[in-house]
Design a protein around this ligand. Structure first.
Ligand code: MG
Length: 380
C-alpha cells in the first residue's frame, strides 16, 4: 500500500525536494495535502500534478482564487487552516518543512493526532523539545529527522545500543566566513552572507549557516532527537560537507554517514526508513573529491554557537527565546536594518531580558515567542 503524505511548506527548498523524491517513487507514495505560505501559483501546479485532496494557504486573501483554480480540492486558509491540515489524521506521515518558529505548533498538532512527523523544521525541537518528547510518548507517534546531520546520526545508530555512545559529532561546513578576518565581520553584506559554499537552501537557514547559529540549533535538536546531554554533543567543522555527522562509541569506534550535499538523500530516508530505496541520483565519488578536512569551530568568529550551548544548559524557555530572537534578527539583517554582528548581540539581549520559566507549557512558549518577536522587531 502507498504511504499517504502531507507536506507543510511544500513550495520551499525542502518541500520541493520532498516532492522530487515522491515524484520519483510514485509506486511508494501518494500526497494527501500540501501547504504553502504565499506561493499560490506553485501550490496550484503541485496540487494538480499530485492530485492532492486538500491544500492550505497561509495568505488568506488567496483562498477564493485557489478554490476557483482547484475545483475538486478542499481549500484551507490562514494560520487556522494550516493547523487544521496538520491535525488531520488521514495521512500516514507529515513532512514539516515550514521555515522558522511558526512550524512548532503544526508539529505538535500532528503528534497529538497520531500522525508521524518527518521533521525538517528544527525550530520545533529547539523551542519545545521537552514538551514534544512527552507528547510523542503519550500519543505513540514517531519523529523522523530530515536535517542531514540528524539523518546521519540516525543512520549511524541503526542496530546500536544508546548506552554504548560516547558522543555525537555534528559536522558543519563553517559557512562562507570561516576564513574572513574577524575585524571585517561588521561589514558583511546580505549578498555575501547568502552565498553558501556547498548547500543551496532558503534565505533564513543560509544566514543561520553564515553565523553558525544553524549548528547551534542543530545541537539543541540533536539533544532531543537522541536524548543526549549537551556535554556529549560536539561540533566539528568539515568544509566539504561530505560527512554529514558521526557517532563515537565508548570503545572509540566512530561511525559516520557520507553523501553528496543533496537534501533528497535524508528526505528519502525519512520516508522509506528503515529501507534504503534505489535512486538514479549522482553517486558519491570520493576519488573525485580527493580530500576531507576537519577543523575546530571558531567561537570568537561565531558567538552564536556558544549562545546555543548556553541556552541548552539553561533550558526552560531560553532555547525558544534564542530561536525566535535569532529568527527575527536574521529577518532584520536581510532587510539591511542591522549589521551581521548585531545578530548575536540582539539574541543575547533578548535572552537576558526575557521572563524565564523553567518548565514551560505550550502557552508559556507561545507567549515568549510573541515577546521575543516584538522585542527584536522594536529594538532601535
Ligand atoms: Mg542541517
Amino acid at each position: 500500500m502507498k504511504k499517504s503524505i502531507s507536506i507543510l511548506g511544500a513550495t520551499g527548498s525542502i518541500g520541493v525536494n520532498a516532492l522530487n523524491v515522491i515524484r520519483e517513487n510514485p509506486e511508494l507514495f501518494s500526497i494527501y495535502g500540501l501547504s504553502a505560505h504565499r506561493q499560490v501559483d506553485q501550490l496550484i501546479v503541485f496540487a494538480k500534478e499530485f492530485n492532492v485532496k486538500v491544500v492550505a494557504i497561509g495568505d488568506e486573501t488567496q483562498v477564493s482564487y485557489l478554490k476557483k483554480e482547484l475545483s475538486n480540492v478542499e481549500v484551507l486558509g490562514g494560520r487556522d487552516g494550516l493547523l487544521e491540515l496538520a491535525s488531520r489524521d488521514v495521512p500516514d506521515l507529515m513532512i514539516n518543512a515550514i521555515v522558522g518558529s511558526s512550524g512548532m505548533e503544526p508539529t505538535i498538532q500532528a503528534i497529538i493526532n497520531g500522525v508521524d512527523v518527518a521533521l525538517s523544521n528544527k525550530e520545533s525541537l529547539v523551542m519545545a523539545g521537552d514538551l514534544i518528547y512527552r507528547l510523542l510518548e503519550k500519543h505513540k507517534t514517531k519523529l523522523y529527522p530530515v536535517d542531514s546531520e540528524h539523518s546521519a546520526i540516525w543512520q549511524s545508530l541503526v542496530g546500536e545500543n544508546m548506552d554504548d555512545i560516547k558522543r555525537l559529532i555534528v559536522t558543519g561546513s563553517g559557512g562562507p566566513f570561516r576564513k574572513r578576518p574577524l575585524q571585517t565581520f561588521k561589514d558583511i553584506t546580505v549578498k555575501e552572507a547568502l552565498k553558501h559554499p556547498n548547500w543551496a537552501m532558503g534565505n533564513k537557514i543560509t544566514i543561520d549557516s553564515a553565523t553558525m547559529m544553524n549548528k547551534g540549533l542543530e545541537v539543541i535538536e540533536a539533544r532531543w532527537l537522541f536524548d543526549m546531554p549537551a556535554e556529549k554533543i560536539d561540533i566539528i567543522v568539515h568544509p566539504q560537507s561530505i560527512i554529514h555527522s558521526m557517532v563515537e562509541f565508548v570503545d572509540s569506534s566512530v561511525k559516520a554517514q557520507l553523501g553528496l550535499p543533496d537534501m533528497k538523500i535524508p528526505i528519502q530516508y525519512a520516508l522509506t526508513y528503515p529501507k534504503h530505496v534505489a535512486t538514479n541520483w549522482e553517486p558519491l565519488d570520493l576519488i573525485k573529491i580527493g580530500e576531507l578536512t576537519f577543523e575546530a569551530p571558531d567561537y570568537e568568529r561565531f558567538p552564536c554557537i556558544q549562545l546555543a550551548y548556553d541556552a541548552l544548559h539553561r533550558g526552560g524557555t531560553t532555547p525558544a527565546v534564542l530561536n525566535v530572537a535569532n529568527e527575527f534578527a536574521v529577518y532584520r539583517f536581510l532587510k539591511e536594518e542591522i549589521r551581521f554582528t548585531e545578530i548575536p548581540e540582539l539574541i543575547q539581549e533578548a535572552i537576558s531580558q526575557h521572563y524565564f520559566i523553567a518548565h514551560p507549557s505550550l502557552d508559556d512558549i507561545l507567549r515568549n515567542e510573541e515577546w521575543a518577536k516584538q522585542f527584536i522587531q522594536n529594538k532601535e
